[in-house]
Design a protein. Structure first.
Length: 101
């Protein structure tokens, strides 16, 4: 069985970093998804794609996967650089360079 371990990024609907501190272990689907014959909804023969396990650290998730004998793939989280800005910076005056005249 193959699983992926990752740290989720923030959603587009939030400005903070809530729900991004835990690591998630998620199964990699073994079968393709396709349309169901009766209703046309997306169906899959593999029900493990609905399972997501949450861990407080990456090491805990790795230890769990290794204890079960699963192959795992780790996605590194992207670091975000936050540059502090003030409202007053929008109105700062920067004089033109003398060399450009």
């Amino acid at each position: 069985m193959r699983v992926k371990i990752y740290k989720p990024s923030k959603t587009a609907m939030q400005s903070g970093f809530a729900k991004t501190e835990q690591w998630i272990l998620e199964y990699i689907p073994e079968t393709r998804r396709g349309p169901e014959s009766l209703m046309g909804w997306t169906a899959s023969g593999d029900t493990l794609n609905q399972v997501k396990l949450k861990f407080d650290s990456k090491d805990q998730a790795i230890a769990f996967a290794e204890s079960k004998g699963w192959q795992y793939l780790i996605s590194k989280p992207k670091t975000r650089i936050v540059r502090p800005r003030n409202y007053g910076d929008n109105f700062k005056y920067f004089p033109p360079d003398e060399a450009q005249n």
